[in-house]
Design a protein around this ligand. Structure first.
Ligand SMILES: Cc1cc2nc3c(=O)[nH]c(=O)nc-3n(C[C@H](O)[C@H](O)[C@H](O)COP(=O)(O)O)c2cc1C
Length: 173
């Protein structure tokens, strides 16, 4: 049976921390990885956009994100996909404080993913997938959570071979 895939991701451009120093990213690392996955699969891409954007400054953003995580906040997102006729969700996010940013939690809480497969990919500065897989399992109890792909944000532009290998192992390409 042909797989119907949706790529959904959250990513934040602006100031970030890469290889030990502050840099200014025109396009977020996860956005770049999502673009590579879209090119390799031909699948449509949905961007998870919070109603209130995070601060451009890295330090302010980490503080806002930490508070949201501690409060288990539910920041609203601008929109949801038009339909749910996909059977495989390729879900991308940066690692924030060891897990997914809270807008991704909002997306998952308000989307029925039972019976669907989720393939997570996470760009990060060294924490790998953190606790995101456990969090995903808790948030999406009826979904099949496949092994995730961790991508070092600083290496995202060279990550196509690893992405290709992962998608191949998951029978996506
Ligand atoms: C708020 C915030 C928290 C972060 N927390 C972590 C972390 O816990 N572990 C880690 O390895 N990287 C952390 N990072 C670095 C990002 O995961 C990394 O730069 C990622 O590639 C950014 O993706 P994006 O450009 O798509 O947003 C954090 C960055 C931000 C802005």
């Amino acid at each position: 049976m042909k797989k119907i895939i949706l790529i959904a991701y959250f990513s934040r451009a602006g100031e970030n921390y890469m290889r030990g120093k502050i840099v200014n990213l025109e396009h977020g690392n996860t956005e770049i990885a999502a673009g590579t996955i879209a090119r390799l699969t031909g699948a449509p891409v949905f961007r998870i956009v919070p109603m209130n954007e995070y601060p451009e400054k890295y330090k302010e953003c980490t503080e806002a994100a930490q508070k949201e995580l501690m409060d288990r906040a539910a920041p609203q997102i601008r929109e949801y996909p038009d339909n749910d006729d996909y059977d495989t969700l390729i879900l991308g996010y940066p690692c924030w404080w060891g897990t997914m940013p809270m807008p991704v939690w909002t997306f998952l809480r308000n989307t029925d993913l039972s019976g669907k497969k989720i393939l997570p990919f996470c760009t990060n500065e060294g924490s790998g997938l953190g606790s995101s897989i456990d969090d995903l399992k808790r948030l999406c109890p009826g979904a099949e959570i496949r092994s995730g792909l961790s991508i070092l944000g600083a290496d995202v532009k060279d990550s196509e071979p690893a992405i290709r290998e992962w998608l191949h192992a998951e029978n996506i390409i």
